[in-house]
Each structure stands twice: as structure tokens, then as C-alpha cells.
Design a protein around this ligand. Sequence first.
Ligand SMILES: *Cc1c(COP(=O)(O)O)cnc(C)c1O
Length: 390
Amino acid sequence: MYADKINKLNSLRTPCYVYDTQLLARTLDAINAETAAHPNYHVHYAIKANANPDVLKQIASAGLGADCVSGGEIRAALEAGFPAAGIAFAGVGKADWEIELALKAGIGMFNVESVEELAVINELATLLNTRARVSFRINPDVGAHTHDNITTGRAENKFGIAKEQMVEVIRSTAAMPHIDFQGLHFHIGSQLLVMDDFEALCLRVNELQEELDNAGLYAPNINVGGGLGIDYEQPDEHPIPDFHAYINTFTKLLQLREGQQLHFELGRAIVAQMGFLITRVLYVKHATKKQFVIVDAGMTEIIRPALYDAFHRIENLTAEATAAADESRNAVVEYDVVGPICESSDVFVKDYAMPTTRRGDILAIRSAGAYGETMASGYNCRPLPCAHLI
Ligand SMILES: *Cc1c(COP(=O)(O)O)cnc(C)c1O
């Protein structure tokens, strides 16, 4: 369905990213429709998924807040027009300059991951004579059904404060005049497709809230993080994730207290499906056991297959466009699609059925809008990929 639009880009330098702004608009509408009935629900977009300035502007104008994990992301969010009050700042290793930048900008929330970090924020807020609004990221110790490298909510992960220390840490802020305790933050992992994980999180948050009640404490904000997954296998059948099931899980199961604000931080679910990595076939190599399609994009443009064993659909747009006129395109061949980088892990997919493919064909690597361009590197002295909006 995208072949026509993207083939018009034939003269473009490849590899490059193409972002479908209409799909992004429909995705943002779908989220806003789910939260419209809940004025106390707030969605923050996780900048690290895709920080393209035009993409950020479109998301900011849809009224979302921003979830940042670095000073650079805070700058990018402010430049794109996200209001400072809607910015949450997470991360286990916030540098002093990043904390100062956030304090001066007056961001909405620091999601603090350790008592050591709390002490530094207090010190810097005192020096700047300001108050830091602080939530504590609690490690809920719930397992998420996803790749090991993208679970974040188990006791052995580096993220967050142990739930056993929660009350003590909150109490310690009473002696810190420059710290304003504002709530609890959680984030259990990424690419979660079954609601079980979010259900387990809700039950854990309810338990922790009871502990707060018993301690006479109140958290004005509950932030349940992000992690909603997308359909990498069938992007055209499921271009927009099931935001209804996701938001509803929290509405049904979370026992919010009077006046509590509920925050979500979604990255992948908002931007993954609107992104295409466009690449050109350099060679079709007929080796003894395999047929390799060697393309001009590699792990430098999208590292997810090499890093997480992630699957992305790949479509031969040239073959799609010429199939009617060229019989030979109707034969299906199994290829390994690989990049040009000098690493054995630079493989997109193995034994993958595609129409007969030739040098010069344009391929689209689908669902590449999240953790694609933002994770690109200059390894092998390669230039960073460009991006185009359609
Ligand atoms: C990465 C991240 C998110 C977004 O995760 P997705 O899986 O892209 O939704 C949300 N919150 C925090 C703290 C994160 O680090």
C-alpha cells in the first residue's frame, strides 16, 4: 500500500527513513480519544523512541507531554514546543549539568532512581534556590514477557528504588526543603503485547498505595511508564496499537486515590508503525547454501535485529510495482537479507520469502519508526541516515 508513495522517492539517497505523518496523526487521535474522558490521565511521549524534530513538533501539537532520559532530550522537547511542565525526566545516571538544565527549565517531574541521586538533586536545587518536583521510580519487581534486554522492572535490573525502601525514601524528603515529593513512577519494559504484565503492575501499585496509606503518605501522581508493544509481523493489519485495551486495563484495575493524576509514557506504540527504513539492493549474492540480498542499510541505521533479535517485515517495493508487467517477479525465493557492516550480526532476517530480487531494487524495512533513527551510529565511518516526511 505504500509502494506508490515511496517509489516516487526513487531518486533519494539511500538508506533513509520515511515517516508517514498521516498515520502518526491517526495514532495520536486514537490515544487522545481513549484519554479524553479522563481529565486526570496524561500521556507523555518517550522522546528516545524517535527524536526527529518534525515528528516531535507533531506530537507536541497533539497535546502530549514528553518523557526524557537525558539533557539533550529535554532540549529537543523544549525546542519542539513541549511545555516544560509536561516534561518528566527519568534515567539512572542523570549528570549534574542535566539536572541543572532541568531545574532551570522548570520541568514537571524528576523521576528519581536512587537516594544518591535525590541527594544531588537536593544539593543543586538548593544552590539554584528552587524546588525540584520529584517522583520516585520504584522497581515493582514484576517480570515482563519480553526480550531480556528490554525488561526493566525486575529486582535484578539497574532501574529504580527497591519497593521495600519506598516509605523510608519518601519520608527522607520531609527534611529537604528544596524537594517536593510528587509521586511514584514505574516502567516495566518494552514491546509488551499481553496485558498480563500491566495487570501485574496495577496490582503491585495498589499494594504500594496501601503501604503509603498506612504510613500516612499521599502521592499526587502515579506514573505507570510505557511499554505497549506493536505488531511487527503484520503492520498493515494493525497500524495503530490497541490503546483501548491498554488504557482500560489501568482504569479497571488501578485504585487511584482522590485527586490522583495518572501518567503514561509511550514511545514505540506512538511512532513505530509510521516509520520505514528505505534501502537499496546492492547485490544478490548466490552463495553455495544461501542467497543473500545485500542492502545498503545495516545495523548502523537500525540496530534492533542485531541487538534484540528483533523482526521487521521487509517489502520489495520495486518488485511490487513491477509484478504486473514482469512475470519473473512472481517467483518467491528465500533470502537472507543482510547489511554491509563488518559484523556477522549485521543480518536483518534469515530464510525470508520475497519475490525475485535484483540489484537496484528498493526495499522497505517496516515498523522502523521507533528505536531506529535514534539508535543510528557512525560505525564504519558511515554517515547518519536522513529522514523524509510523507
Ligand atoms: C523507554 C521508556 C519509555 C517508553 O518505552 P516504550 O516501550 O517505547 O513505550 C517510557 N518510560 C521510560 C522511563 C523509559 O525509559
